[in-house]
Design a protein around this ligand. Structure first.
Ligand code: FAD
Length: 294
């Protein structure tokens, strides 16, 4: 792919940043420091994840509500169907609406026990498409949903997974954010197949800067993401060299983004893991600069 030089990238991007709700005071400090660093880049929105089985219900709510109240950022709350009835989900949605939150990332979620099969709550939603439908009927939220360039592990087929994505968008979602992936062609192929299936909504690549290769390998195995062999070789021997690892990681993610940019992508969603530096560096390499008023 004939990618432009970094110096030629115009910074004409829309970025969004994903955080997780902090568990301890120290993690809380880290999160707010990350938010402070990334805010001047003018993200389109920032989102906060929802722990397995609704385990972070309070913490996700408090974090999103605080972002909505104390920062100029548009805050999005992740919400899942796991272990919750439709009434309980309606309560959570109402609390977000009352706190001024207007954007939900609507997900089915995974069971709290890793590797277990998803079972809907007896009075709950069967999956994300139903959740989207329930949410938009309750309040006119902006809704994002998940998409899987390498197909969700529970899907019967790639086509079935795409049909499901279409159902989520038809139910009222406005955009899809992808699971992370490491080869630009993985995204381009998926974007083309989705377009051919009549999906016209934005599909935003989810970018995972790799700060811990072993952890990323474990996560990738669980969610069907291919980890190319060359990536393993790149991180070889860096376990005890965190600074070198960061540099390799930033380079790798920036290269992926540069190639996506060359293929017309202008929206990027970063899985920040509550650390600003890697995401900031990648945005900077892509030409993004702090907003003048910030
Ligand atoms: P769905 O869209 O409901 O799909 C789940 C599976 O069921 C797919 O394989 C789909 O093809 C299949 N399916 C659905 N309906 C049908 C049907 N009618 N017939 C046949 N097959 C069907 N998890 C969390 O717990 N908290 C988070 O905050 C969180 N944030 C995420 C953010 C992003 C951007 C992404 C990509 C994932 C996130 N996840 C999160 C993970 C997600 O919850 C899991 O991947 C989960 O297993 C699937 O959720 P979904 O919303 O994609 O499910």
């Amino acid at each position: 792919l004939d990618a432009p030089l970094y110096a030629d990238l115009a910074g004409d991007l829309n970025v969004s940043f994903e955080f997780f709700p902090p568990k301890t005071e120290k993690m809380e400090e880290q999160l707010w420091s990350a938010i402070e660093t990334l805010t001047p880049l003018g993200p389109k929105f920032v989102s906060v994840t929802y722990g397995a089985g609704g385990s972070t219900r309070e913490r996700t709510h408090n974090t999103v509500a605080r972002i909505a109240k104390e920062t100029p950022l548009a805050a999005a709350a992740h919400l899942t169907c796991v272990a919750a009835s439709k009434d309980e989900i309606a309560e959570v949605a109402d609390a977000y609406w009352d706190a001024g939150v207007r954007h939900i990332v609507a997900l089915r979620g995974d069971p709290p026990v890793a590797g277990a099969k998803f079972e809907a709550h007896p009075q709950g939603y069967q999956g994300a498409a139903e959740l989207v439908d329930g949410l938009v009927k309750r309040h006119p939220f902006e809704i994002s949903v998940a998409a899987y360039p390498e197909t969700h592990p529970d899907a019967a087929s790639a086509q079935g997974d795409l049909d499901n994505l279409k159902r989520k968008l038809d139910a009222g979602a406005t955009r899809a954010i992808t699971q992370f992936f490491f080869e630009p062609d993985t995204f381009f192929r998926f974007r083309d197949t989705a377009a051919a299936a009549g999906i016209s909504a934005d599909i935003i690549p989810g970018i995972m800067p790799v700060s811990n290769f072993a952890a990323v390998q474990r996560m990738s195995a669980m969610c069907n993401t291919d980890v190319p062999l060359w990536m393993g070789r790149l991180f070889e021997g860096l376990d005890t060299l965190p600074a070198a690892r960061q540099l390799v990681s930033a380079t790798l993610a920036a290269e992926l983004c540069r190639k996506l940019y060359a293929g017309g992508v202008r929206d990027f969603h970063f899985y920040t893991l509550n650390r600003a530096e890697l995401s900031y560096a990648i945005c900077h390499l892509l030409g993004l600069r702090p907003e003048k008023s910030a």
